[in-house]
Design a protein around this ligand. Structure first.
Ligand SMILES: Cc1cc2nc3c(=O)[nH]c(=O)nc-3n(C[C@H](O)[C@H](O)[C@H](O)COP(=O)(O)O)c2cc1C
Length: 377
């Protein structure tokens, strides 16, 4: 731990005899100073995959704001694995330098820097949402607009109006796994201490395990065992590459919320298998495999997913999705529904959300702020 982390962890330990949002969490050799994480959030602000000062300030300010874990946005392991041409990437050695600057800053201010390694599969090659006319319209890009051929388990697009994906052959699957492996090596060099494998939201790995997107008849399709093969093999490969002292999580879409789709019981079974491969945390999100599918969107709606996976697969979980209130977040931890709460949009609204949470829980600001701020507040 850095000296800043040690001070903050000691401060929180001193005031938190009972398990709560500010209890430190040790996984392998890494200690989060509290249970608050910044959920990965694409910024669509890169040129050729490079991070820049925007990413430094966006992520760095949330470390200064007191989060225990700051997970960098979905980061493409290859150029065609980016959701948009503006996504962050880690497909070149040259990407490492700026990422290293960012991880150094995050750690210096007491948070653990995480990276989410991703491949967007058949949902790649779209227009950055903040550049679109409507925030709800996902626009796939033509070649003339800078788009590319997308890949997936089967030649069935995410949205019927989009171009058909190229059905990956088994050698092509292995090539992508190798790209994940090389990206992991780069992530180590860039100083990340937490690795998250993105296997949610209909992106490549999710599209293989969900029966709504995978219509293959080979060893990567059909039965549950075949559909999960891509994600399990990839997680296993990365766990071997990733240092044993650092934690690894996998973000899953824990249910498709659709009749005939992936279920929470499937997620429990998958989580048991991922645990046996050395995965430490299952980050339980949901949905987004098919355009137009609906889900029961309400405060904390995905928390029961994290709770069930935690209880039945006996693995640590992260809860995410419409967690906005300090007491709500604290209750999730105290009731042991999850081990970590991840916040996305609320952290966009307020990078100092952990400070607000500390105040709401009547804890001293030292648990959530760097010393150079907290002495004055
Ligand atoms: C702007 C934005 C970008 C996002 N990018 C990612 C991403 O890169 N990877 C990911 O797994 N989820 C991504 N998400 C989903 C969030 O991590 C989170 O799961 C979701 O927003 C629900 O949490 P919230 O209610 O706290 O916002 C993104 C969400 C937003 C709002």
């Amino acid at each position: 731990m850095t000296s800043e982390q040690t001070t903050l962890a000691q401060a929180s330990q001193a005031v938190t005899e009972k398990l709560n949002l500010f209890s430190p969490l040790k996984i392998r050799d890494i200690t989060l100073r509290n249970r608050i994480g910044v959920s990965p959030m694409c910024q669509y602000s890169s040129v050729d995959g490079f991070a820049d000062d925007w990413h430094l300030v966006h992520l760095g300010s949330r470390a200064v704001g007191g989060a225990g874990l700051v997970i960098c946005e979905a980061t493409g392991v290859e150029a065609i694995g980016r959701i948009t041409p503006d996504d962050l990437g880690i497909y070149k050695d040259e990407h490492i330098e700026m990422l290293k600057r960012i991880t150094t800053f995050i750690e210096q201010f007491g948070a653990v820097p995480g990276i989410q390694l991703a491949h967007a599969g058949r949902k790649a090659s779209t227009l950055s949402p903040w550049k679109a006319e409507s925030r709800h319209a996902k626009v796939d890009l033509t070649r003339e607009q800078g788009g590319w051929e997308v890949v997936g388990p089967s030649p069935v697009p995410f949205n019927p109006e989009w171009a058909k994906p190229h059905e990956l052959s088994i050698p092509e699957i292995k090539e992508i796994q190798e790209k994940f492996r090389i990206a992991t090596q780069r992530a180590i060099k860039a100083g990340f201490k937490w690795l998250e494998l993105h296997a949610a939201h209909g992106y490549l790995l999710n599209s293989f395990y969900s029966p709504l997107a995978n219509f293959r008849t080979d060893e990567y399709g059909g039965s549950f065992e075949n559909r999960i093969r891509f994600v399990v093999e990839t997680a296993s490969l990365l766990r071997k590459e990733w240092p044993a002292e650092y934690p690894m999580s996998v973000r899953i879409s824990a249910t498709d919320w659709v009749e005939g789709g992936w279920t929470i019981d499937d997620s429990v079974e998958l989580s048991k298998i991922l645990k046996a491969e050395g995965v430490d945390v299952i980050d339980c999100s949901s949905g987004s495999v098919r355009s137009g599918d609906r889900y029961p969107y309400a405060p904390g709606f995905q928390v029961p997913l994290a709770e069930k996976v935690r209880a039945e697969a006996n693995i640590k979980t992260a809860a995410v999705g419409l967690i906005t209130e300090p007491l709500q977040a604290n209750e999730i931890i105290q009731k042991e529904q999850a081990d970590i709460v991840l916040l996305a949009r609320e952290m966009m609204r307020d990078p100092y959300w952990p400070l607000r949470a500390a105040q709401a829980l009547n804890l001293p600001t030292t648990v959530a702020l760097p010393r150079r701020y907290s002495y004055a507040l």
